[in-house]
Design a protein around this ligand. Structure first.
Ligand code: HPA
Length: 279
């Protein structure tokens, strides 16, 4: 079994054989926003199956491609389709893509997801900037030996969701006449949705939304020295907040309805956010 470093070296070679583009911005697009990857100019598309160690997403609606090209005239790398812990992959493989983005030159990572709203003012369709997370997955992608060239053994997580980038994002969204909420994301393993008791617990712990992704990627991003902007689309009210049972269909439906304004926001962020301010 090759190590993450070997896999990254080979992955780099495969990408670099196809394109010399150096992406400053990386995007990991969750449910519903994958179509943005189809709109990049001068796209180089590499199937995850071509990259060693990359899992192939098993979730319906999550295509599996790395796309490099220009979005709003900015060089970007997009992971169209992401991996979830509940799919059964080890954490180290879930974060391989983030590490490859960092090696390719990404400095700023935009991650999007769909999440269940816990805080009472959150409604389906809301877009929320993630201020912080609570890792409830019972694991961490950095466990095991730490190859020093990937990052520090004990990375700081106190500004994992860059305060400065959030400030910029609020300014940019106001310019679009769009209000963004803010809150804390709790990452659960899934794949079962939470019980109402778990949601009450998460709310008391300080979580505002809950989902099954993002946390491993953001830990790996912090480890790799990337600045992160995280955005949740509140796709449903979390279990027990209403009497309504949860369903993946509802999540997909809301993601679909929000798609236009969410994609408008992401495009505007890519266009206007300033990397040099991301430190
Ligand atoms: N719980 C966990 N993950 C989710 C939810 C939820 O309510 N909605 C979308 N992803």
């Amino acid at each position: 079994m090759s190590t993450a470093i070997d896999q990254l070296n080979i992955g780099m070679r495969i990408v670099r054989d196809r394109t010399k583009l150096v992406p400053g911005i990386g995007l990991i697009l969750g449910s519903g926003l994958g179509f943005l990857a189809d709109a990049v100019d001068g796209a180089t598309v590499i199937g995850y199956g071509e990259l060693p160690g990359f899992p192939v997403s098993t979730v319906e609606g999550h295509a599996s491609r790395l796309v490099l090209g220009y979005m709003q005239e900015k060089p970007v790398a997009i992971m169209k389709g992401r991996f979830h812990y509940y799919e059964g992959y080890p954490m180290e493989r879930i974060v391989l893509g983030v590490r490859l983005l960092a090696r390719l030159g990404v400095k700023l990572l935009i991650v999007t997801n769909a999440a269940g709203g816990i805080r009472r003012d959150l409604e389906p369709g809301d877009l929320m900037l993630i201020t912080d997370h609570i890792n409830m997955m019972g694991s961490n992608p950095l466990m095991g030996t730490n190859p020093d060239r990937l990052g520090p053994r004990f990375p700081d997580m106190s500004d994992a969701y860059s305060r400065d980038l959030r400030k910029q994002a609020h300014r940019i969204s106001s310019g679009l006449g769009m209000a963004l909420k803010e809150g804390v994301y709790a990452g659960m393993t899934g794949p079962s949705y939470e019980t109402p008791a778990e949601i009450r617990m998460l709310g008391r712990m300080g979580a505002d939304v809950v989902g099954m992704s993002t946390v491993p990627e953001v830990i790996a991003a912090a480890h790799s020295g990337l600045s992160v902007l995280g955005i949740s689309c509140v796709s449903n009210l979390a279990a027990g907040i209403t009497d309504k049972p949860l369903s993946h269909d509802e999540v997909k439906e809301t993601a679909e309805k929000t798609r236009e304004i969410f994609s408008k926001l992401v495009l505007s962020l890519v266009e206007k956010i300033e990397l040099e301010k991301a430190e």
